[in-house]
Ligand binder design. Sequence first.
Ligand SMILES: [Zn+2]
Length: 133
Amino acid sequence: MSRMDIPQKLRGVLPTTQRVEVANVLLRRPQHMSADQIIERLKHSGSKVSKATVYNTLKLFSDQGLVREINVSASRRYFDSKTHPHHHFYHVETGELTDIPTESIGRMNLPRLPKGTEQDGVEVLIRIRNKQA
Ligand SMILES: [Zn+2]
């Protein structure tokens, strides 16, 4: 995707300079990034976007369905530029997230849903670590 396509990708979101800068980092290809990684990348490229603006922008992107949030723990959250349903491996030692295509999980034996509810989605996060020698 070229830089020109980014404002189109923002759909209903007003493309302010800061939002386009954040989108240029996160939305340019399928990837998972933490807010800190995005802030680091922006700083590296000479951007003056503040931390608070990055956090607010990520929340806005998430609310608008432009990115998916993946909470791997209470203190670690990633933003996924791929918004269609899919699953993840999460390497607890490296912090790396890897996509698992939906079809490779197959049908799951899910419990009956609580009365009066319907399924909104199923996301599988498989925690992995290196084998102990
Ligand atoms: Zn993903």
